[in-house]
Design a protein around this ligand. Structure first.
Ligand SMILES: [Zn+2]
Length: 453
């Protein structure tokens, strides 16, 4: 029985090796044929251009991508206008790499304004055509446009105060890919109105001094030409209160769990609190800027009209702009920060109305703000509701002014039940009292927005 099994298995083995030789031959033949077809490169390099639209400026850099399995041998870029042609670039690649990237500008061509033809010709390193290689020729009909857009500001120079907001309306001489107000690293886009003009809402960050505040207006056309100039404004200073905030042991004990979650790498509640108040606060500020910079979160027109509402029957516990010095139980200074909203206290777990009509874009915990809601009101204007105990809306909901969206609470860095109400312009916190004042809104926003209609 044992022998039989052994002989059976041995004959099985020899049958198996016979099969594998056959299989090997078939695989080799297939591979050979495949390799032959693969090696026979019949097409020229794939040429890609970083050009959208048909307009191009003299200083726009155009990236050219070249891909070919036999390697890229050479490329040329030529411009043609009528019977005249001119080389922009000729380059050989002796290394025959499968992928090359080059870039060019039309600065040196001295092409006049108007239409011309761009030709990019690339050759690969294959043996096709007795070693000449395969060529790809890409031609594009383009319009040279080296004139930057002209910007005409239609509203008078706005009065804007430190910590405040302003709106301008301007018209542009041509279509643009981008326009708005730039302030250092910050950018506040303008939004096209039904009548073709653009409206731009921008802030005067409270941390900036009047002599540092130099907003610029800019526009970039479809050909890449940029215009930028100082924006005429009447910038005014505004003083904010200084405040001392006591951080007693009892507060740290009350917040112990949340503080440990905000700064788990810190050893004790006081260190955790200081870390939350500086490091977490800084990261939360960046999140607000990032939320506002995401075009998906910004409606391109105002979603509201009429008065902004505040938490009803509430007392103001802290103002926007308060400069707070934090002291410990021994009255020793432990930190300082500026308060970026209006603290309003009513009864515990009070109904929170939406200040204005808009779209809910954030319903989530955010560091020092605790449970927070953000509402987009259009063109970069948002309201913020922090320290909530309960949410009554979800992201994407359209709300009307006065709709109850949440209940107040103590989540985040809040000692007692209150609503931290913030107004943001492009993610930058601004003075909510301006927006809560219907006269200010009418004179500084609505009447200016309607200047051309
Ligand atoms: Zn607050």
């Amino acid at each position: 029985m044992l022998r039989r099994k052994s002989s059976y298995s041995s004959s099985g083995k020899s049958l198996g090796s016979g099969l594998s030789v056959m299989a090997m031959l078939i695989i080799l033949a297939a591979a050979g044929a495949g390799a032959y077809f693969l090696m026979r490169d019949l097409s020229g390099p794939v040429v890609t251009l970083s050009l959208t639209g048909d307009r191009i400026g003299l200083v726009r850099t155009v990236e050219v991508g070249l891909d070919d399995k036999s390697g890229v041998k050479s490329v040329s870029v030529v411009v043609r206008r009528g019977a005249k042609s001119m080389d922009v670039l000729r380059q050989n690649f002796p290394g025959l790499e499968p992928r090359q990237k080059i870039s060019f500008q039309l600065k040196e061509t001295q092409l006049p304004e108007g239409s011309f033809e761009l030709e990019v010709r690339a050759v690969d390193g294959s043996f096709a055509g007795f070693g000449k290689g395969n060529a790809t020729t890409l031609t594009r009909k383009l319009i040279l446009d080296s004139r930057p857009p002209r910007i005409a500001v239609r509203t008078g120079a706005p009065a804007i105060y430190r910590g405040g907001s302003a709106l301008i309306v301007y018209t542009l001489s041509e279509d643009v890919s981008k326009s708005g107000v730039r302030l250092g690293e910050l950018f506040f886009p303008g939004y096209r109105q039904a009548n073709g003009s653009y409206a731009c809402l921008f802030p005067f960050p409270v941390e900036m001094a009047v002599n540092e505040y130099r907003p610029e207006i800019m526009a970039q056309d479809l050909a890449g030409n940029v215009t930028s100039s100082r924006l005429l404004i009447h910038a005014g200073s505004r003083n904010y209160r200084a405040d001392t905030l006591n951080i007693p042991e009892s507060f740290l004990n009350f917040k112990a769990d949340e503080l440990a979650q905000l700064c788990p790498d810190m050893p004790a509640p006081l260190e955790q609190y200081l870390c939350a108040n500086s490091r977490v606060r800084e990261s939360n500020d960046k999140t607000l800027l990032a939320v506002a910079a995401d075009p998906g979160n910004v409606t391109d027109h105002f979603l509201w009209s009429g008065r902004f509402q505040r938490l009803p029957r509430s007392a103001v516990k802290a103002n926007f702009g308060d400069f707070r010095t934090y002291v410990d139980g021994n009255r020793q200074k432990i930190d300082e920060q500026r308060h970026m909203g209006l603290d309003l206290a009513s009864v515990a777990r009070a109904d929170v109305p939406a200040a204005q009509s808009g779209r809910v874009i954030w319903v989530d915990y955010l560091g020092i703000h605790g449970q927070m809601i953000l509402i987009d009101h259009g063109m970069g204007l948002m309201t913020q509701y922090s320290h909530l105990s309960e949410y009554l809306v979800k992201v994407g909901d359209m709300v009307k002014a006065g709709d109850i969206i949440a209940h107040t609470g103590t989540t985040g860095l809040a000692g007692g039940d209150h609503l931290h109400f913030g107004v943001l312009v492009g993610g930058v916190p601004v003075q909510p009292l301006e927006w809560l004042d219907p006269v200010w809104v009418r004179n500084n926003i609505i009447s200016r927005l309607n200047i051309l209609s």
